[in-house]
Design a protein around this ligand. Structure first.
Ligand code: ASP
Ligand code: MG
Length: 438
């Protein structure tokens, strides 16, 4: 059994949806996970924001525009009037539902319900399409089996039990189609796996069902060894370990949701990244199989804030780091990079929402400086500590780039550097020249 996940751009037009249908037509025994059609989730976030601010008229207008956009696609997606009518009624039901929120009091809690409409619409349309092509598909509601616990983590036990039950009831012999991203939380309310979370849905399903392979289909031939937006001649990485993929997904490569590597790694299920515009390309395979050592890829993560805490009290003291970490834990803010000296600690965060109380609390421990607009440049590969020369090559490459923090040795798969975002392009280029064009 395989799980195939298609992202929003892969189903972003009638032509592309038909392409996906062709791809899955050649497969047997598959579960298809779909994102919302590209742009939809952003639009739904807008609508929820308008409702939250009490701007009902504009919210209703935006819902109309969204609906019209979908209705325009329908004649092209389906060949027969029967299915066109059915699809129209699906879309009208969802848009009416969105509009119904303008008639009542809106609370933040309902936002998630609004966001869920994107995946509900895309899967309903795709299901009808597969039906029209006599593929005998089944539509499995993710809200019946996907669940997160109180900490926002997938509740694997619940998911396994309920997915098994749902699958037992499946009548169709063709592909099973389900929604990515959406789920219920510990209280049974509609929730989601955060932006880009459909990848996570796919790897969770793949791991609870012990799939042979999980495929993540996007519009690029797999993971590249550098950011194609800034570097001219990047290359696709054909093989990666789970550890390398986890570092890359977290530090910049937008192609894969960072958490999605976790279930696949723990169930040891290979993840293949494929391009729906070029299905013949083998893509990138992420697995536990050994792959060669050395540099694999360079990635960058923007929007980073660096924080430095300096205190003489740190000198020869223990417990100081714990006090710092407690503050970040209190405000549920993750630390990415950290470096220490005897009297100071520098660290980075990518989520600025609680920065003010964090800084206020840190000030009780020492003097605090912070600076935003930083970028983490991350070099991923398999670096063996005994190998000499790795760091020399990197620093030679970056001899003209001002570096603010350096982190090496945290794992053997990642060397991270912090620099001002204005240096990002130069740093990516310099590293590319030195490390990959030898
Ligand atoms: N539709 C959601 C988003 O745009 C989830 C996903 O695409 O994976 O973030
Ligand atoms: Mg995505």
């Amino acid at each position: 059994m395989k799980v195939l996940k298609f992202g929003g751009t892969s189903i972003g037009s009638p032509h592309r949806m038909k392409n996906v249908l062709k791809i899955i037509n050649d497969e047997k025994d598959i579960i298809v996970v779909l994102s919302a059609i590209s742009g939809t989730t952003d639009e739904l976030i807008n609508i929820a924001g308008l409702l939250y601010r009490g701007n009902k008229k504009e919210a209703s207008m935006k819902a109309d525009i969204l609906g019209k956009g979908y209705l325009k696609l329908i004649p092209e997606i389906y060949d027969t009037n029967k299915y066109r009518k059915e699809a129209e009624s699906v879309i009208n039901t969802h848009i009416d539902y969105l509009r119904s929120f303008t008639l009542k009091e809106f609370s933040k809690k309902q936002e998630k319900t609004i966001l869920a409409q994107g995946e509900l619409m895309s899967t309903a349309l795709f299901f009808l399409m597969a039906k029209e092509h006599e593929m005998d598909p089944s539509l499995l509601p993710a809200l019946n089996f996907m669940r997160i616990d109180k900490d926002g983590e997938p509740d694997m036990f619940y998911i396994r039990e309920n997915l098994d039950r749902e699958l037992k009831n499946v009548q169709g012999l063709g592909p099973v189609i389900t929604q990515g991203y959406i789920c219920r939380n510990a209280y049974g309310d509609i929730d989601n796996l955060k932006r880009g979370g459909s990848d996570f849905t796919a790897t969770i399903i793949g791991s609870v069902l012990t799939a042979d392979e999980i495929q993540i289909w996007t519009d690029i031939n797999g993971l590249h060894n550098n950011d194609p937006r800034y570097i001219d001649h990047t290359e696709v990485i054909r093989e990666l370990s789970f550890d390398e993929a986890a570092e890359l997904a977290y530090f910049g490569a937008k192609i894969l949701h960072p958490s999605s590597v976790v279930p696949a790694r723990s169930a040891n299920i290979p993840v293949r990244l494929k391009n729906s515009m070029h299905p013949e390309d083998e893509g990138t395979i992420i697995s536990s199989a050994y792959s060669s050592s050395g540099y694999k890829a360079i990635a960058a993560k923007d929007g980073i804030t660096a924080i430095k805490i300096k205190s003489d009290r740190m000198l020869l003291a223990y417990g100081f780091l714990r006090k710092i970490f407690d503050i970040f834990e209190l405000y549920k803010t993750a630390i990415d990079m950290i470096t220490t000296s005897e009297v100071a600690v520098s660290l980075t965060i990518d989520d600025n929402t609680r920065i003010k109380p964090i800084i206020d609390d840190l000030k009780n421990l020492g003097t605090v400086e912070f600076e935003s607009n930083q970028t983490i440049i991350c070099i991923v590969g398999d670096f063996i500590a005994e190998d000499t020369g790795t760091t020399v090559e990197i620093f030679n490459a970056l001899s003209k780039i001002p570096l603010r923090m350096i982190s090496y040795g945290g794992s053997k798969h990642n060397i991270s550097l912090l620099t001002n975002s204005s240096n990002k392009k130069d740093a990516l280029n310099a590293l590319h020249e030195h490390l990959f064009k030898k």
